[in-house]
Design a binder for this molecule. Structure first.
Ligand code: NAD
Length: 259
């Protein structure tokens, strides 16, 4: 029987690469995120035709508690035995100094990157425990380990989700369920390009130069992390080889935190 994987924020970027990688390995995919209707339909076709797995779109806004709770109910309609793999990936960036940071933005960011992973784990864990197998994988960030200025909500949520990962790992140890976190450095997704464009605009340099500056400043490799490699690593965490890997924080950061 194929496994069901829920990947939040999987209409683009890292989440989409993770969903593709899991689908390639035979998982039915529950995908979520914002996108145009035609893109959502195209993804369903891709999962079903290219990877020959079932795919269901869940359109919840994960900054909204009611939406998240309704999504938990919708999941029960898709799979009675529950989700086997939960990848908490959805997130976004917003940059401002603490004194100017909007409280609404703070609440949305803490919700999507910390509260939503908690709600989803709380609802989906019992099914995994009942089956004696499950994977909770939290996409944190290098900003779960170190800070950058003007990213207070992001850094707080990403640090928080690492603590949450460890608690879930301890509460599930020895059950067949594991919980781990991945901390990528710069990955060239939409979230990254928005920051590059803003630097280029504010400093009057080309986007290529802004990218070089942004990556080179922090990441000794000078190269971005490829989304598909994060997808491959998620698959490794779902393999037997990772049965005893739980509560881990894995960096994929081109050496950022080795400095
Ligand atoms: P992205 O912008 O390409 O993708 C974000 C996904 O989340 C999209 O599918 C989007 O529709 C979805 N999303 C955004 N707001 C949502 C909401 N309110 N409700 C539901 N879905 C929503 O960004 P990405 O770079 O792929 O980021 C994915 C995760 O990886 C985030 O948690 C991010 O913090 C983390 N991350 C990114 C980088 C990077 O450099 N790009 C580095 C480290 C960690």
């Amino acid at each position: 029987m194929s496994r069901y994987a829920l990947v939040t924020g999987s209409t683009s970027g890292i989440g989409l690469a993770v969903a593709r990688s899991l689908a390639k390995n035979g998982c039915a995919i529950l995908y979520n995120g914002f996108a145009e209707e035609h893109h959502i339909a195209k993804l369903k076709q891709e999962f079903e035709n290219e990877y020959d797995v079932r795919a269901h779109y869940l359109g919840a806004d994960l900054t909204n508690e009611d939406d998240v709770l309704n999504m938990c109910e919708d999941i029960k309609k898709v799979t009675k035995s529950g989700v086997d793999i939960l990848v908490n990936n959805a997130g976004f960036q917003y940059v401002s100094s603490v004194q100017d940071f909007s409280l609404d933005k703070w609440n949305d960011m803490i919700h999507i990157m910390l509260t939503t992973p908690f709600i989803l784990t709380k609802h989906l864990l019992p099914g995994m425990l009942q089956k004696g197998w499950g994977r909770v994988i939290n996409i944190s960030s290098i900003h779960g380990l170190v800070a950058s200025k003007e990213k207070s909500a992001y850094v707080s949520a990403k640090h928080g989700v690492l603590g949450f990962t460890k608690v879930v790992a301890l509460e599930t140890a020895g059950t067949g369920v594991t919980c781990n976190a991945i901390c990528p450095g710069w990955v060239a997704t939409e979230l990254f390009w928005k920051q590059v464009k803003s630097i280029a605009k504010n400093t009057g340099v080309s986007e290529e130069e802004a990218k070089r500056k942004l990556v080179g400043e922090k990441q000794p490799s000078g190269q971005t992390v490829e989304e598909k490699h994060i997808g491959d690593f998620v698959n490794f965490l779902c393999s037997e080889a990772a049965n005893q890997m739980t509560g881990s924080t894995v960096t994929m950061d081109g050496g950022w935190t080795a400095q």
